[in-house]
Design a protein around this ligand. Structure first.
Ligand SMILES: Nc1ncnc2c1ncn2[C@@H]1O[C@H](COP(=O)(O)OP(=O)(O)OP(=O)(O)O)[C@@H](O)[C@H]1O
Ligand SMILES: [Mg+2]
Length: 376
């Protein structure tokens, strides 16, 4: 990566004036640049330094005063760190994100022309589809701090306190030039069932709506929910940009397998095979299986174990997410794999034999339904 002098200068300036918020911000920009340049290790190294924020912060007597819950004294917001995982999105989702970032970057220009809208993005999608990751990428891309409010954590058992907590967030945010991330937005809606107290629900929904309405347009807001249909329509409407994150497409899955397994370009056909067989898995599923495969490879001092990755993948698809174990495959496993690779991935026998780790003759036998007991 080329040296980014502007960020470097602002980093030094921040360090000399002991402004650790600014230090973290500059570090986040740097690590995001490294991530874009596919230098994941350097990005992680920077994040590891920044995460030890307790040390310099306390040494300097600097503590950022985040708003807290009156009862528990727990902070209502946390400052997110820059992502260390690259974001891999379908083309259409990537397009929405790019446009959102472009509009956010050129908001002044749009405002002058009288065509601006509040820069607010509502994301919905199943758990593990990358909503939280995307929020941190957007903040990093814009070079702004990310403040995360988990709405489920704001809900207080004391009547009236939840709405107060919501107001606490919106009082804190305006002057931060930040990205506010309202995570688990549907938690508000669930108040209705938990409390059987419509008055409280209304108060909280109103506090969110009023809070959003008081924010100036330079505050960027991202909301996330697993259940968009539970969301109050008035809140829904206050997010002009919307993005549904569905299960990743086959091409996106291939890129995920390649990235998370750290496959080389010449192993791309294997990533494509894995992609073809992993329909319905989320980015989080693919990352979990990949990481567990790499852990086994490190500890067993071996190469990646593709047959076991395939088995873990198939079992996740059947609805029982499983991490990889490095047990030896039984001949039943091998037959099942061979048949799946043949029927669903349409692979030629040579590839099936290689992936399952048997001879071509044996692969043929599996496919013909003959038993393979004699194969070791
Ligand atoms: N599109 C993606 N690209 C890269 N990594 C992904 C993607 N989706 C998920 N992941 C991986 O899975 C992890 C979990 O995803 P994330 O926490 O962003 O999901 P989420 O949609 O916020 O889920 P939840 O609804 O449970 O909060 C991420 O940190 C990342 O490592
Ligand atoms: Mg999340």
């Amino acid at each position: 990566m080329e040296i980014d002098t502007k960020t470097l200068v602002s980093l030094l300036q921040a360090a000399m004036s002991a402004d650790y918020t600014q230090v973290r911000r500059a570090a986040n920009i740097l690590s995001k640049r490294l991530l874009d340049a596919k230098d994941v290790d350097s990005a992680k190294a920077i994040q590891a330094v920044v995460r030890k924020k307790g040390v310099p912060l306390q040494a300097s007597g600097y503590v950022e005063r985040l708003p807290v819950d009156a009862g528990t004294r727990l902070p209502l917001l946390e400052e997110g760190s820059a992502p260390t995982t690259p974001l891999i999105l379908d083309e259409s989702a990537g397009h929405v994100v790019a446009q959102f970032i472009e509009d956010a970057t050129h908001h002044d220009q749009l405002e002058q022309a009288g065509v601006d809208a509040p820069i607010r993005l509502l994301m919905f999608g199943d758990p593990g589809t990358g909503k939280s990751l995307l929020a941190s990428h957007i903040a990093a891309q814009l070079g702004r701090p990310l403040y995360i409010a988990r709405l489920d954590a704001l809900i207080s058992s004391r009547l009236g306190e939840t709405a107060k907590n919501v107001r606490g967030i919106f009082d804190f945010i305006p002057v931060r030039n930040a990205v506010l991330f309202l995570d688990e937005l549907d938690a508000i809606a669930k108040l209705r069932d938990d409390r059987q107290e419509l008055g409280e629900l209304k108060r909280v929904v109103n506090a969110v709506i009023q809070g959003l309405d008081t924010l100036t347009n330079d505050v960027i807001v991202i909301g996330a929910t697993n259940h968009p249909h539970l969301l109050d329509p008035a809140i829904f409407r206050r997010f002009p940009y919307k993005l549904e994150l569905g299960p990743p497409s086959e091409g996106t899955r291939a890129e995920m397998w390649r990235t998370f397994l750290r496959l080389h370009a010449h192993d791309m056909p294997d990533a494509e095979t894995l992609a073809r067989l992993s329909e319905g898995l989320t980015g989080a599923d693919i990352q979990n299986i990949s990481l567990s495969a790499r852990r086994r490879a490190v500890l067993d001092k071996t190469d990646l174990n593709l047959p076991n990755i395939l088995l873990a993948l198939l079992s996740s698809r059947r609805g029982s997410p499983s991490l990889l174990d490095s047990r030896k495959l039984t001949s039943d496993d091998k037959r099942q794999l061979a048949v799946t690779l043949h029927d669903r991935a349409k692979l030629p026998v040579t590839d099936i034999a290689r992936l399952v780790g048997v001879s071509r003759q044996m692969a043929h036998r599996y496919l013909k339904g003959e038993d393979g007991e004699i194969d070791g």
